[in-house]
Ligand binder design. Structure first.
Ligand code: RUQ
Ligand code: CUA
Ligand code: CA
Length: 664
């Protein structure tokens, strides 16, 4: 790497992302590879095929694949088809997106990029009443006074449940980095159904569900979710000494029971966890470690030339727990195994092993053929390929040096962060600093690393706009990776959209990867800040569009069941909604009463959602067809309060209202 490149990396690591741009300009933006400023798109790898210059300004109309090549297609027309979805047509793929610091998850239609749905989890969402209804509060978690424990979140990594190596459409999980919570989404209704707070964890970053059980061949589906801890904290006990002594800080790797959403076990580790990957055979879970130094400042964390991918032997850990070889942290009953280096030197008994990876690697991704983990280098311009069979050999005592599990280190460009796959043996890595995606061939990278200097693993590079982070191709995290579409999550959009003030949208771009060369086909502005996403064909998901009333124990089945009951100063009001009316449409309570409203939408018609807004009591929520929700509040203001339907449902929607009369 050139000195200038090194300088740029230091700057990148040192500064926050928005300051990074400003300071980079001051330092001379040429060194940091902002694609818009570049004339030459070849990036750092001189071996990359020559590419035409990227346009300096955005085209006026979005390029489409069937028209004569828009500037960014560079003369290549992909085979994936058009990104244009005509009126009345449906997208062919679902995109499941994390939301970042909006704390939600999002569903996009792909290839159009249209946002179809937001699924609140970590944070309140007034659109549906998430965080107001008793049911959503129970999922989110409350303090003893009944208020929400957390109203912020930062969702990064989203992955779906597996069966037989592909998605089964049952669940998706997303991490909350901010408050160390694991959020589970039921994919049949596309709602959050459970949230688990991870004990002892700060900076909960990587997650990945397992794909099958490591031992029982009948369990060919997800039963565990692995969770990594990025930030070091005192684990043993918290007192004035331990909080000040960073030599005592540590991290854990957590295994969660996917169905029960309870912690199964935790593992003490040296270093930290960044992202997480699992093997297709269920035997291994890995996390890339950029802070093997156990540093607390960024220069500390960058001091070592070599960091690692820490790989856990899942069956051995669970056997150790069966054999009673565990301790506890704090007062909970969670078994904690020791996966620190000193305790795991003997391959025959080791629970985990550290594979060396150059300086501060970022993502770790499993190849769809099940053979490799790929770590992206971040501060090293390389991707490291780890052969999983060799890791298993090491655990069996048949590989003398774990460094031999590294079978390739391919130079891809500056700032490699995440890698995806096309199922045809090729990998695609985002280059944050180069603002590019590099396409490279895994087998060729292995051959070159083995000494064959004649092969060039780099196939193509393309500019993306700008500063890409996550990348994922269709089905790339399953055994059916098909290399049709590829999404790239760009952290900056700069000049790609109409100006909207200082806060720019991000730019999620879609590429057609059916051909030898990548073709950029679509820009989608997204509200900050989706991180990660998966894309899969719509046949893999079959959401229900009307609820089953029997799933709601509180359901008010008919107008006959509606009405008011009082128990001391606790008043329960059962209401049914059916277009365009509520029953009852008037009820009386007294100041000081604790009021619980239970509302069922008894309409069966698809898409016929009602709302319930209660003025001056700060209440608003939706009930979908056959759904029941409830809210509890104190009637502390006397007067007449018109509750009304907030969701346009009928020609007489405006008339759909009733009165809560609060008597002084
Ligand atoms: S990290 S941009 Cu939170 Cu997913 Cu790599
Ligand atoms: Cu019911 Cu509007
Ligand atoms: Ca490091």
């Amino acid at each position: 790497m050139s000195l200038l490149g090194k300088k740029a990396l230091d700057v990148a690591a040192n500064l926050g992302r928005r300051r990074f741009l400003n300071s980079a300009a001051a330092l001379g933006a040429v060194t940091v590879g902002l694609a818009a400023c570049k004339e030459n798109t070849q990036g750092s790898a001189a071996s990359a095929p020559a590419a035409a210059p990227a346009p300096a300004a955005s085209p006026k109309t979005a390029p489409k694949t069937e028209i004569t090549a828009a500037p960014e297609t560079r003369g290549f027309v992909g085979g994936a088809g058009s990104t244009e979805i005509h009126p009345g047509q449906l997208d062919t793929h679902y995109g499941v997106w994390s939301g970042g610091h909006t704390g939600d998850a999002r569903i996009l239609g792909i290839p159009s990029g249209r946002e179809l749905h937001r699924i609140p989890g970590c944070c309140p969402d007034p659109m549906v009443g998430w965080g107001w209804t008793n049911e959503s509060k129970a999922v989110m978690g409350t303090k003893p006074d009944g208020t929400l424990e957390f109203t912020t979140g930062d969702t990064h990594h989203i992955h779906c449940s597996y069966k037989d190596g592909i998605y089964d459409g049952k669940y998706a999980w997303v991490n909350d980095k901010l408050n160390a919570r694991l959020v589970r989404i039921r994919m049949d209704y596309m709602v959050t159904d459970k949230i688990l707070k991870l004990p002892h964890v700060q900076g909960f970053h990587g997650i990945f569900p397992d794909k099958r059980d490591p031992v029982d061949p009948n369990i060919n589906y997800t039963t565990r979710v692995f969770c990594g801890q990025e930030f070091h904290v005192p684990l043993e006990k918290i007192d004035a000494k331990t909080v000040n002594d960073d030599a005592n800080y540590g991290c854990v790797f957590t295994c969660v029971d996917a169905e029960k959403m309870e912690v199964k076990w935790q593992a003490r580790i040296d270093g930290n966890c960044d992202l997480v990957a699992t093997s297709f055979d269920g035997k291994l879970a890995g996390t890339n470690q950029y802070n093997t130094e156990n540093g607390v400042t960024y220069p500390d964390m960058m001091s070592a030339e070599v960091d690692a991918c820490l790989i856990f032997n899942v069956a051995r850990i669970e056997q150790a727990i069966k054999d009673g070889k565990f301790t506890h942290l704090g007062n909970n009953k969670i078994p904690v195994v020791d996966c620190r280096l000193d305790a795991n030197k003997d391959p025959k008994t080791a629970l985990a092993v550290r594979v060396p990876v150059p300086k501060n690697p970022h993502g770790v991704n499993a190849t769809p053929d099940g053979k490799y983990f790929v770590c992206s280098g971040k501060l090293s311009p390389t991707c490291t390929v780890i052969e999983l069979q060799k890791v298993l050999d090491w655990f069996d005592g048949n590989l003398d040096d774990i460094a031999k599990a590294v079978v390739a280190e391919v130079e891809v460009g500056l700032g490699p962060l995440h890698t995806t796959f096309d199922g045809r043996g090729n990998a695609y890595t985002t280059l944050f600093l180069d603002s590019q995606v590099c396409k490279w061939n895994i087998d060729k990278a292995i051959k070159k690393y083995a000494g064959d200097k004649s092969v060039n693993p780099i196939i193509d590079k393309i500019d993306v706009m700008y500063q890409p982070g996550h990348i994922n191709a269709t089905h790339a995290e399953t055994i059916e990776a098909d290399g049709v579409w590829m999404g790239v999550g760009n952290k900056f959009s700069k000049d790609r959209f109409l100006p909207i003030g200082p806060l720019h949208p991000e730019n999620d771009q879609l590429l057609d990867i059916t051909g030898e060369r990548m073709v950029l086909v679509h820009d989608t502005p997204v509200r900050g800040e989706p991180h990660d996403f998966v894309i899969f064909k719509r046949e893999w998901l079959n959401p229900k569009q009307v609820y089953d009333m029997d799933d709601f124990p509180l359901a008010v089945h008919s107008a006959e069941e509606a009405g008011v009951t009082r128990n001391g100063n606790k008043v329960t009001v059962r209401i049914v909604a059916f277009a365009p009316a509520y029953e009852p449409n008037v009820f009386n309570v007294k100041v000081g009463d604790e009021v619980t409203i239970i509302l069922t939408n008894i309409d069966r018609v698809e898409d016929l959602t009602h709302g319930f807004g209660l003025p001056d009591y700060n209440i608003q929520f939706l009930v979908n067809p056959q759904e029941t929700k409830s809210v509890t509040f104190k009637a502390d203001k006397p007067g007449v309060f018109w509750y009304y339907c907030t969701n346009f449902c009928h020609a007489l929607h405006l008339e759909m209202r009733g009165r809560m009369i609060v008597e002084p």
